[in-house]
Design a protein around this ligand. Structure first.
Ligand SMILES: Nc1ncnc2c1ncn2[C@@H]1O[C@H](COP(=O)(O)OP(=O)(O)OP(=O)(O)O)[C@@H](O)[C@H]1O
Ligand SMILES: [Mg+2]
Length: 266
């Protein structure tokens, strides 16, 4: 977080979040975070560390049966930060019988009920061009299964923008994509967050991905926060052996990718 961001308004303040399953066993222990306007905060950790549950608690969409304690507030200047969430696999959150264009246009219309169907379709096409969907009209007529994972994710980002959010919550939005497309989507999210003045919480198990987009981060493991700090400081001077392991894992992953690409002659 830069000094400027530190002085910026707090968009989300979460204190002492605890999440329990239906038998009251704790899944997330004592998570606190604050997100400032314009900040990009990463939550990183291995599978099962509580990243998604933390994000869902913030969005108010915990899975059925789970309950939580702690304090959550949105002390932004407007008093009601608008949140939009983007998930890992767009296919599962898309209606297979709805054209992709309708998905974005309908999302627009829910938030702008005075706009007609054709106005909403037009707004959707403007948003889709902004997120880099070319042959826009043709793509808008497609069904979800006809598009690549990367394109589907661009439609999800357009739908998120249709809600005119202040904060984007992303849960592994690039994990299901190959490395090249992953880099394009990260670049797109970075640009949008910057140009629209949004704030971002980005969840990933991949520290290398987080470090490309986030200026600060939280490392979680088994429901606990292990360390927090500016991304560059955490990467340069990890405080825990676990963070060092995450860094090593990323290095191994990068190296194996480099070897793969060299072998493929890329
Ligand atoms: N609906 C649920 N009911 C019971 N336990 C759950 C439920 N959802 C998640 N958990 C448990 O809570 C813990 C944290 O889950 P969470 O989904 O937040 O992990 P995560 O860090 O997002 O992992 P991943 O990287 O695999 O997505 C895990 O032990 C998981 O098994
Ligand atoms: Mg998860």
């Amino acid at each position: 977080m830069t000094e400027e961001q530190q002085n910026a308004a707090v968009m989300i303040s979460l204190s002492h979040l605890r999440i329990y399953d239906e038998n009251d066993s704790p899944l997330v222990f004592d998570t606190s975070l604050s997100l400032h306007q314009g900040e990009r905060l990463g939550i990183v950790g291995e599978s099962g560390s509580g990243k998604s549950l933390t994000l869902r608690a913030i969005a108010g969409i915990l899975p059925k049966g789970l309950h939580c304690g702690g304090q959550l507030s949105f002390p932004s200047p407007s008093g009601n930060s608008r949140l939009a969430m983007i998930f890992q696999e767009p296919a599962t959150s898309l209606n297979p019988t709805m054209r992709m264009g309708d998905f974005v246009a309908r999302t627009w219309r829910v938030h702008h009920p005075d706009d007609s169907k054709s106005e909403s379709w037009e707004k959707a096409s403007v948003l889709l061009r902004r997120v880099g969907v070319d042959h826009t009209e043709e793509r808008m007529m497609s069904w979800p299964f006809e598009l690549s994972g990367g394109l589907r994710q661009r439609f999800m980002i357009a739908a998120a923008l249709a809600t005119e959010p202040d904060v984007l919550l992303c849960d592994e939005p690039t994990t299901a994509l190959d490395v090249r497309v992953q880099a394009q989507i990260i670049e797109l999210l970075s640009t949008i967050v910057r140009d629209e003045g949004l704030s971002l919480i980005f969840v990933s198990h991949d520290l290398a991905v987080i470090s490309q987009i986030c200026d600060s981060l939280i490392v979680m493991r088994q429901g606990h926060v292990l360390e927090t700090g500016r991304t560059v400081s955490v990467i340069r001077h990890p405080k825990t052996a676990y963070t060092r392991e995450l860094l090593d894992a990323d290095l191994d992953y990068r190296l194996s990718n480099m070897v793969d690409s060299t072998e493929r002659g890329v």
